[in-house]
Design a protein around this ligand. Structure first.
Ligand code: HEC
Length: 130
C-alpha cells in the first residue's frame, strides 16, 4: 500500500506542471478548430491562398458555393468535373465524410473525416476562406 501511494504520489507530482500549463488562459487569438483540422488533414494537398501551399489538390479558397471541378488550371478527374455538384456546406460534409463512396471515380486520396464536430468546424472555416 505504501508502495502504491508512493507511486501515485510520484505520478501526481509529475502531473502538477501539466496542470499549471492548462490553467494558463488561452491566448486571445486561439486557433480556429476548423483551421486546425485543415492543417492536420488537408493542407498537405490543398491551399487556401493564391500563392504558396500545396497544389496536389485544387485551391480551396472560395470553394463553398463553387461548382465542383471548376478551379481554373487544375486537372480534375472526369468524375469530379462531370459530377454536377455545387459545394454547399451539406454537400461538402457528405463528400468529406467519405470521398470514395460519395463520388465514385474521383481522385482525392483521402479516407474520410467521420467526426461530425470536426466536419462542422472544418466546413465553417472553409466558408470563411474567400
Ligand atoms: C492526399 C491529397 C489530398 C488530401 C489529404 C485531401 N485532398 Fe481534397 N482533393 C485532392 C485531389 C487530388 C482532388 C481532386 C480530385 C479529383 O479531381 O477527382 C481533391 C478535391 C477536393 C475538393 C473538390 C474541389 C473542387 O474544386 O471541386 C474538395 C472540396 C476537397 N478536395 C477538400 C478537401 C478537404 C477539406 C480535405 C481535408 C479534410 C482534403 N480535401 C484532403 C487531394 C487531397
Amino acid at each position: 500500500m505504501a508502495r502504491l501511494l508512493k507511486v501515485l504520489g510520484l505520478a501526481a507530482g509529475s502531473l502538477a506542471p501539466a496542470l499549471v500549463f492548462f490553467a494558463v488562459p488561452a491566448p486571445a487569438a486561439a486557433p480556429d478548430a476548423g483551421e486546425a483540422v485543415f492543417k492536420a488533414q488537408c493542407a498537405s494537398c490543398h491551399s487556401v491562398t493564391a500563392r504558396g501551399g500545396s497544389a496536389v489538390g485544387p485551391r480551396l479558397s472560395g470553394v463553398v458555393g463553387r461548382r465542383a471541378g471548376t478551379q481554373p488550371g487544375f486537372a480534375y478527374s472526369p468524375a469530379m468535373k462531370g459530377s454536377g455538384v455545387t459545394w454547399t456546406p451539406d454537400q461538402l460534409k457528405r463528400f468529406l465524410a467519405s470521398p470514395a463512396q460519395s463520388m465514385r471515380g474521383n481522385r482525392m486520396p483521402y479516407a474520410g473525416l467521420r467526426d461530425p464536430k470536426k466536419l462542422d468546424a472544418l466546413v465553417d472555416w472553409l466558408g470563411k476562406q474567400k
